[in-house]
Design a protein around this ligand. Structure first.
Ligand code: APR
Length: 240
């Protein structure tokens, strides 16, 4: 591990939000908030039962609105404020805990819970209120064509041009709280490594792509990531 990095890219997954009380996807019962991911995060599931999918995200919105960022999110803000290099975040999470913690340069590749998109006119809008099959688009005024702005399985990821540029440029790639099973995000570490980055993962247990990381720090990110950040800042100050 170098001590002073110019471009750090942090990939986060549901694990970074676990200590804020939000559920992960592949925990013990393999359900996401008691639903199969296929039923609430796929195009087929949405077409088959849009009302159930809208209800699911409307409820999740309430949980996310109440959730508070934890020490891991706040450590990212500290890194961005005190470390001399550029720090960007590609998150698979649809919650807004990075923003609530004051993190900058956040790219939501799987979408955001507080946004909806109109399938008729393509307009994306910010909304913390309920969206359902009766909702009328405020832009094209067509009813019943709204969808949560969540990337469903089979849909293209968001912000990928920017993320690919960050992957090419980063000299440190950090993964926090992701199981490494869903591509293309699970392949990011390989791309970063190809372009010469050091790679480190923070997780609770062995991940599917753990062999691609130079270093693994196991434990709760709220406990393991803040000291790592302090150490990185201290080393950079010494080098300055
Ligand atoms: N600190 C660090 N890691 C944690 C913590 C914690 N407190 N709690 C759980 N983890 C780890 C778990 O060990 C697991 O490796 O976080 C990871 C969570 O994995 P998943 O539940 O699979 O979530 P994620 O990797 O974000 O899922 C990726 O799959 O269903 C899709 O679109 C969905 O974005 C999601 C994607």
């Amino acid at each position: 591990m170098n001590s002073t990095y110019k471009n750090i890219l942090i990939l986060t997954g549901a694990g970074i939000s676990a200590e804020s009380g939000l559920s992960t996807f592949r925990s013990s019962n393999g359900l996401w908030n008691n639903h199969r991911v296929e039923d609430v995060a796929s195009i087929e599931g949405f077409e088959c039962n849009p009302a159930l999918v809208h209800d699911f995200y409307n409820e999740l919105k309430i949980e996310v609105a109440k959730a508070k960022p934890n020490a891991a999110h706040l450590a990212i803000t500290k890194l961005q404020q005190e470390y001399p290099g550029q720090v960007s975040i590609a998150t698979q999470n649809v919650d807004t805990l990075h923003e609530k913690a004051g993190n900058q340069n956040v790219y939501h590749i799987h979408g955001q819970i507080n946004q909806a998109v109109c399938l008729n006119c393509g307009q994306v809008m910010e909304t913390w209120g309920d969206v359902d099959t009766e909702t009328t688009c405020p832009h094209c005024h067509i009813m019943g064509m709204m969808k949560p702005n969540i990337v469903f399985f089979g849909e293209n990821l968001l912000c990928m041009d920017k993320v690919e540029e960050l992957l090419r440029r980063c000299d440190l790639f950090i993964s926090i709280g992701t199981s490494g099973v869903v591509y293309p995000a699970a392949g990011f570490v390989q791309t970063a490594k190809y372009y010469g980055a050091d790679t480190i993962e923070f997780t609770l247990e062995t991940t599917a792509n753990n062999f691609l990381f130079d270093k693994h720090i196991y434990g709760k990110a709220g406990e393991t990531f803040p000291p790592f950040v302090d150490e990185l800042i201290k080393k950079a100050k010494k080098e300055a």
